[in-house]
Design a protein around this ligand. Structure first.
Ligand code: DGL
Length: 267
């Protein structure tokens, strides 16, 4: 494995481009190969077995593309498949849950942390485990917000209906006085301002993308895999469906850094 090989990143769709963006900002010499499983999104309501199968298929494909490390940008895939991927792959595998949990433990002042995510992520209890491993005395309130993903996909990031639903979902977190909320889903950072409006300025919102990119940098350094790429990085974006749609939405996240999308069907 050479240090000039790309960092592999995958998500159930385009949401993980927030993680790709953070990796590109923090590690400007690293090439990224991104796979978005747009043909099979959403993962949130699917069974753990199905998400594990999809994750293994994508990981095998990215390993074939010679990636030197794998970043699982999808919270649901991290929740269900991270231990299995770590067991099966010989390259380092980084998830989004541990980094998000670390940032939350650092941020909380009253020791009461909220977590929101897809039904699969919340049901798995993965965030609770990661948070308690870091700080056993934490109080944790977790809530699934399944309607947020389709609202973001619809582009309703600043819509009255989204505000109404956010108020409904977030009411229990508000009444329990969490002071830190983990946005435990790739799409939720796009609703940051709606969530912040509902919860008010005293609640710190944790977006795990930045923290995950930091962890990626550390892992590469530890493994002596940091790239130099004097000619500059070469990124690739691959979707399992409709490349044009991916390109259009992808440019919203990444601007000019994405100028083409390949298609690969899995399964
Ligand atoms: N990428 C998923 C996550 O972060 C959200 C979209 C989906 O349900 O597939 O949990």
């Amino acid at each position: 494995m050479t240090a000039e090989a790309p960092v592999g990143i995958f998500d159930s769709g385009i949401g993980g481009l927030t993680v790709a963006h953070a990796v590109m900002q923090q590690l400007p010499r690293e090439s990224v190969t991104y796979f978005g499983d747009t043909a099979r999104v959403p993962y949130g309501p699917k069974s753990p077995e199905t998400v594990r199968r999809y994750s293994l298929e994508i990981a095998a494909f990215l390993v074939e593309q010679q990636v030197k490390t794998l970043v699982v940008a999808c919270n649901t895939a991290t929740a269900h498949a991270l231990p299995l991927l770590r067991e099966r792959l010989t390259i380092p595998v980084i998830g989004v849950i541990e980094p998000g949990a670390r940032a939350a433990v650092r941020a909380t002042r009253n020791g009461h942390v909220g977590v929101i995510g897809t039904a699969g992520t919340i049901k798995s209890g993965a965030y609770e485990r990661a948070l308690r491993a870091l700080e056993p005395s934490l109080r944790i309130t977790a809530r699934a917000c399944p309607l947020f993903v389709p609202m973001v996909e619809e582009g309703w990031v600043d819509h009255e209906a989204t505000r109404l639903i956010a108020r409904e979902y977030l009411a229990p977190l508000q009444s329990e006085e969490v002071d830190t909320l983990v946005l435990g889903c790739t799409h939720y950072p796009l609703l940051k301002h709606v969530i912040a409006d509902v919860l008010g300025p005293d609640v710190t919102l944790i977006d795990s993308a930045e923290e995950t990119a930091r962890e990626t940098a550390l892992v590469l350094r530890d493994q002596r895999l940091t790239a130099h790429n004097p000619a500059g990085p070469a990124h690739r974006f691959i979707a399992s469906d409709d490349p044009l749609m991916f390109l259009q939405l992808g440019q919203r996240f990444l601007g000019d850094a994405i100028d083409g999308v390949e298609v690969k069907t899995l399964g």
